[in-house]
Write a protein that binds this ligand. Structure first.
Ligand code: M6R
Length: 359
């Protein structure tokens, strides 16, 4: 079933370009976004969005929190489900409660959903598994249509969740009248380019293989980014941790100088997400600071950056979300290649299970 790929994770990385098209099928119509599965009145009486999820799904949620505020102009907050449950959260019925889960079975997320539902909130699950526990509890379900994901390290679930959430933020923006028709059309045109952005190009895969030789000796990794590239940095670090067992941290690039930069030395690898279309000059100066303190820099960007010790060059794009997906592929490949070189079990990393159904 691996169809010639070495691991399910590899197959699933390569599948993203296709499954993301399935995920958009019928939901993008000419110049509109459409979700048959939700009631068009879903936002009636809603002033706020609250998101709960775990792991990679949390990273998709954090990405979308930027999009809901930027595009739909709806206040949005997000919490890790296990923290949310026990903090005695104040829940109000003007909040749309969104949970995100590949499996639909993660215990903490399911319990958070039940709490919100019993407090009378409207609930929506973004999920990959139809008829899973969460889809049975939530008022509305949007399926991500990623197909079965076997690798414990989540890949295609993340890209499809992110696309659903991006489409949802545009759907809400249209409903709330916070987006002009020309801007909406531009975003829709960009969405249509996502399958291409998620294609695995041979040169990127080769580069990831080459870098993995040296990077497996890193004594620590920082993945840094700004805006939506911060959750992407978290996701890159999580991938590396879970399958290579190397210490990695995702950080907002602007926060490095508030402490973590003290760790900089040549053995500390910084994976810098440097999108041309989002705060490029800001991230550039954050990376310059790290380079000046001798951290080894691996830049992922379409723009040449002379201070980079290593470079993964992605295709040029004119929208930050396209850069986001291109970088995602590079990050997934890099962690997988390091894991393979370390002779780890890429699909079944130690201590982990595909679905965490206990607290
Ligand atoms: O099935 P879920 O999306 O609810 O799972 C949440 C996390 O357990 C999951 O994303 C986990 O972090 C992955 N192993 C990450 O690759």
């Amino acid at each position: 079933q691996k169809e010639g790929y070495r691991f399910f994770m590899e197959k699933e990385i390569y599948e993203q370009s296709i499954v993301v098209s399935d995920c958009m099928l019928g939901r993008i119509k000419d110049s509109e976004i459409n979700f048959d599965e939700i009631d068009p009145s879903i936002l009636d009486g809603i002033n706020e969005i609250k998101i709960c999820a775990c792991g990679t799904s949390y990273h998709a949620g954090l990405t979308s929190s930027y999009l809901f505020e930027r595009l739909s102009k709806i206040k949005c907050s997000i919490e890790v489900a296990s923290e949310f449950r026990y903090k005695e959260p104040l829940l109000t019925t003007d909040t749309l409660f969104i949970v995100i889960s590949q499996s639909g079975e993660t215990a903490d997320t399911l319990e958070a959903l039940k709490m919100a539902k019993s407090a009378g909130l409207k609930t929506l699950v973004i999920c990959n598994v139809d008829n899973s526990s969460m889809t049975r509890v939530a008022d509305y379900t949007i399926l991500t249509r990623a197909g079965i994901e076997k690798g414990v390290a989540s890949t295609k679930a993340f890209s499809t969740q992110t696309v659903v959430l991006w489409m949802l933020s545009l759907y809400f923006a249209k409903q709330r009248n916070t987006i002009s028709s020309s801007k909406l059309q531009e975003e829709i045109n960009t969405l249509r380019e996502v399958p291409l952005a998620l294609k695995v190009y041979e040169n990127i895969h080769e580069k990831a293989k080459r870098l993995s030789k040296r990077y497996l000796h890193g004594h620590g990794f920082f993945f840094i980014g700004r805006d939506v590239f911060y959750p992407l940095a978290l996701e890159g670090a999580l991938k590396l941790k879970e399958i290579s067992y190397l210490h990695a941290e995702g950080y907002p690039a602007g926060e490095m100088k508030h402490g973590p930069i003290a760790l900089a030395d040549p053995e500390l690898f910084t994976i810098a997400l440097m999108p041309k279309n989002m705060l490029y000059d800001k991230i550039k100066s954050n990376v310059e600071e790290l380079s000046a303190r001798d951290s080894t820099i691996c830049a992922i960007s379409s723009q040449d950056f002379e201070l980079a010790d290593d470079f993964i060059k992605i295709n040029d794009a004119n929208h930050y979300m396209l850069e986001f997906f291109e970088m995602l592929i590079a990050l997934q490949l890099l962690s997988m290649e390091i894991s393979i070189r370390l002779k780890n079990d890429v699909d079944m990393p130690r201590n982990l299970a595909k679905s965490v159904t206990v607290e």
